[in-house]
Design a protein around this ligand. Structure first.
Ligand SMILES: [Fe+2]
Length: 357
C-alpha cells in the first residue's frame, strides 16, 4: 500500500532521527555550547602562517580566536576584544587566554575552547586518520586553494552528505569514474567519538573528459588513483583523491545557516609543473567551478529548504543496512548516537524532556 502524508509521520519501524535536529533554534544553541565550545577543532593549516609573526583570525562558537606563529611554536588564543556575531559567552573565559593547541594530522592546527580537554587530539581522532596517515604525514603539505561557502542549511547536512553515498548518483563525475564493484564494496568504519572512515577503491579518473590518470602524483604511500575520506565529528572532512587533498570545516551560523571553508593541498616539495597538475586535478572536481562540490552544496541547500525552522517535524530514516558498505547508513547512525550524548537527547525525539530516572 502506498503511504500517505499521515503514514509517513507515524513512528517508523527502522532507525530514524527527527528533522527537529536540523530545524530547532534551541537545539542549535545547545550544539554551539555543548559541542563546538568543547571539542577539538581543526582551525587552519600551518602552511597558512608560514613565517614567524604570521597570524590568522577565526571563530569557534562565536568566540574570536587568533592563531599565531611564534617561530618556535604555533599558539592559539581566545580574544574577546571585539564582539562576536551572537551566541553564548562563557564567563570563565579570560581575556587573551591561551588555548590548548596541537599541530597534528598533516599539519592541521587543532585548538579547543575547552580549558580542560579530557583527551589529546590523537585520542580524540582515535585511529580515524590511520588510513591516510602515511599519505599526509610523510612530507610537509601546503595549502594551494581556499574558498568558502555560506549556505542556508544545517551544518549537519554537510556531514551527512559526506557520509551517505547514495546521493553520489547526483554526481556526473563520480558516475563516470567510479560505480564499479569495488566502489559499491567501499566500507564505512566507525571510530569512537563519532568519527567515520569511508574506504578507498581505484577510481578511473581518466574516464572523465579532460581529466587524466592521477597515479604519478599520488600522495606518499598511496596506491594509485585512490579516494579516501575521513568524516570527523562534528563536521570536518578530510578527503584524499590520489593527487589532491581537501579539507572542509563547518562553522554553524544558525539552525539553517552554515559557513563551510574548503582548503586544497599539495606537497610542499612540488615542482611548479607538479603543483599545476595538482591544482588542475583539485579544481576539476572540487573547485568552485568543478564538477562535484557545487552539486553537493546545491543538494544540502535543497534539504535545508525542507528542514528550515518552522517546517513540519518529519522522520529522517537511517535504517539502511548493507553490511557497512558505501550506501549503508551506519555513518549517520554512528554520528547521531554520539551527537545525542553531547546534548543528552534522543535524536529521534530531541525536544522531549529527558525523563528523570
Ligand atoms: Fe557528494
Amino acid at each position: 500500500m502506498p503511504r500517505n502524508h499521515k503514514d509517513w509521520l507515524k513512528e517508523p519501524s527502522v532507525e530514524f532521527i527527527s528533522s527537529e535536529c536540523y530545524s530547532s533554534q534551541e537545539i542549535y544553541e545547545q550544539e554551539i555550547e555543548k559541542i563546538f565550545a568543547k571539542v577539538w577543532i581543526p582551525i587552519i593549516h600551518k602552511s597558512e602562517i608560514k613565517n614567524p609573526g604570521d597570524y590568522r583570525t577565526s571563530q569557534i562558537a562565536f568566540q574570536n580566536i587568533i592563531i599565531v606563529n611564534h617561530g618556535d611554536r604555533i599558539a592559539c588564543y581566545h580574544n574577546p576584544g571585539f564582539k562576536g556575531v551572537a551566541g553564548t559567552t562563557d564567563p570563565k573565559l579570560k581575556i587573551n587566554r591561551e588555548l590548548h593547541s596541537e599541530v597534528k594530522h598533516g599539519g592541521m592546527v587543532w585548538t579547543t575552547l575547552n580549558p580542560e580537554p579530557s583527551m589529546s587530539v590523537e585520542e580524540w581522532t582515535n585511529g580515524s586518520f590511520d588510513c591516510i596517515a602515511e599519505a599526509i604525514d610523510t612530507e610537509e603539505l601546503e595549502v594551494f586553494h581556499y574558498h568558502k561557502a555560506i549556505i542556508p542549511t544545517n551544518y549537519k547536512l554537510w556531514h551527512d552528505t559526506n557520509s551517505e553515498f547514495y546521493h553520489d548518483y547526483m554526481h556526473y563525475f563520480n558516475r563516470i569514474t567510479g560505480f564499479n564493484d569495488e566502489y559499491f564494496a567501499r566500507a564505512c568504519t566507525g571510530f569512537d567519538n563519532g568519527h567515520v572512515n569511508v574506504g578507498s577503491f581505484e577510481v578511473q579518473y581518466d574516464k572523465f573528459e579532460g581529466a587524466k590518470d592521477r597515479g604519478a602524483l599520488s600522495f606518499p604511500g598511496l596506491a594509485p588513483n585512490q579516494w579516501h575520506m575521513v568524516d570527523l565529528f562534528p563536521g570536518y572532512n578530510f578527503n584524499l583523491r590520489g593527487s589532491a587533498y581537501r579539507t572542509d570545516s563547518v562553522t554553524p551560523l544558525g539552525p539553517n545557516s552554515v559557513m563551510i571553508e574548503f582548503r586544497g593541498y599539495g606537497l610542499l616539495s612540488d615542482t611548479p609543473e607538479e603543483r599545476e597538475q595538482r591544482i588542475n586535478d583539485h579544481n576539476t572536481i572540487w573547485g568552485p567551478f568543478g564538477r562535484n562540490l557545487h552539486e553537493d552544496l546545491l543538494g544540502v541547500t535543497g534539504q535545508g529548504v525542507s528542514m528550515a525552522p518552522g517546517t513540519e517535524r518529519r522522520n529522517i530514516l537511517h535504517g539502511r543496512h548493507e553490511n557497512n558498505t558505501i550506501h549503508d547508513e551506519v555513518g549517520m547512525r554512528h554520528f547521531y548516537a554520539e551527537w545525542g550524548k553531547y546534548l543528552n537527547v534522543d535524536p529521534s525525539h530531541p525536544l522531549k524532556q529527558e525523563e528523570t530516572q
